[in-house]
Ligand binder design. Structure first.
Ligand SMILES: C[S@@+](CC[C@H](N)C(=O)[O-])C[C@H]1O[C@@H](n2cnc3c(N)ncnc32)[C@H](O)[C@@H]1O
Length: 326
């Protein structure tokens, strides 16, 4: 039997070329998958976790005039979110919206994830002519659909509307007592079990945080909170300088994956309120906070809160002068 001769025409040639390109594409895809898996091994530092996601917006969040965080802190925030994949995120302290943009970018491809942000001011304290969060509006419009911004009040004003089951809370507000200490108490009952709290400026009082010749020795409340929260704690690991004992050991950002049974630690969270307060919140803020706390904590803790207010009110009053008998 004679075999028919097969003619290799142009169609066959094009099919071969097409198959070759499809093969190349598949190979490239496979290599990138393997590569990205490699970048997130069990030893990956948290600030390097899914770094490619942060890199997408890196050029737009450069400089302190956009985001009030150092580069390593921005990467750390991105890494924590990419690692834990939280669905419901609360941010307290927005300013221009730089940290909000980093969080929104990190959750862009996470289905059902949403960021709720709260800021006491309506206008940005750094640029008062602009609204809080303006950077997101101006430069990250495509990320806005996963964002709910509440301004003009403290966290206690909005937390019931935001609701329970918060997976991750990022706090970056005044850094002086009672500030964030009160926010922690307000937020705790609304967190999921083993939620993550990320605290910025836990080292603002350190000598390396000097800005325009000033030290921030009084700004240590987030450092205290980071110390007393119960859970697994971590900070960036990248040694930035190799010889700076502050920068390479005490970083300015940290995260706590909370232990279960946080209720067992409530005393340890209310007790630090007895520490001297740097400022006295206004009467409305104190009333809203107290109303909220009363719904979630036992009476003995509310008494501690009231006693701390009273003690600090007395401390802020002028010292009575002794009448000298003639
Ligand atoms: C350091 S800035 C936040 C910076 C921002 N996270 C970033 O990295 O771009 C602090 C912000 O906290 C806000 N703030 C101060 N006290 C607050 C409070 N008790 N509750 C909510 N926001 C507060 C200020 O209005 C300010 O916008």
């Amino acid at each position: 039997m004679k075999l028919k001769k097969f003619k290799f025409g142009y169609p066959f040639f094009f099919i071969c070329i097409f198959t070759f390109f499809v093969f190349l594409l598949l190979l490239a895809n496979l290599t990138s998958t393997i590569f990205s898996q490699k970048t997130n091994s069990s030893t990956t530092k948290i600030e390097d976790y899914d770094l490619h996601v942060y890199k997408k917006i890196e050029s737009k969040v450069q400089g302190f005039d956009r985001v009030e965080m150092l580069d390593i802190e921005k990467k750390f925030l991105n890494g924590v979110i990419r690692k834990y994949k939280p669905k419901k995120i609360l941010e307290i302290g927005v300013s221009k919206g730089g940290s909000s943009a980093i969080i929104l970018n990190a959750i862009e491809d996470m289905e059902d994830a949403k960021l709720y942000s709260v800021d006491i001011s309506e206008n940005c304290y750094r640029i008062p002519s602009k609204k809080v969060g303006f950077l997101v509006e101006e430069d990250f419009r495509h990320l806005q659909n996963k964002w709910e911004l509440h301004t003009g009040g403290i966290c206690a004003n909005f937390i019931e509307k935001i609701g329970k089951d918060i997976d991750l809370c990022f706090i970056d507000t005044v850094h002086v007592t009672p500030g964030e200490m009160l926010d922690i108490l307000v937020v705790l009952p609304f967190l999921k079990e083993n939620a993550v709290i990320v605290l910025h400026d836990i080292g603002l009082h350190f000598p390396n945080a000097r800005y325009k010749g000033n030290y921030y020795c009084d700004k240590h409340s987030n450092n205290q909170i980071f110390a007393y929260l119960k859970g697994k704690k971590f900070m960036p690991e990248t040694k930035e300088t190799g010889n700076d004992m502050f920068k390479d050991i005490f970083f300015n950002i940290g995260a706590v994956e909370l232990d279960s049974n946080q209720k067992d630690s409530y005393f340890d969270y209310f007790f630090p309120l007895s520490f001297h307060w740097e400022y006295m919140p206004d009467i409305t803020q104190l009333e809203v906070t107290k109303g909220l706390l009363k719904k979630h904590y036992e009476d003995k803790y509310i008494k501690m809160f009231e006693a701390a207010i009273e003690a600090n009110r007395l401390l802020k009053m002028p010292v009575p002068t002794k009448k000298v008998k003639k």
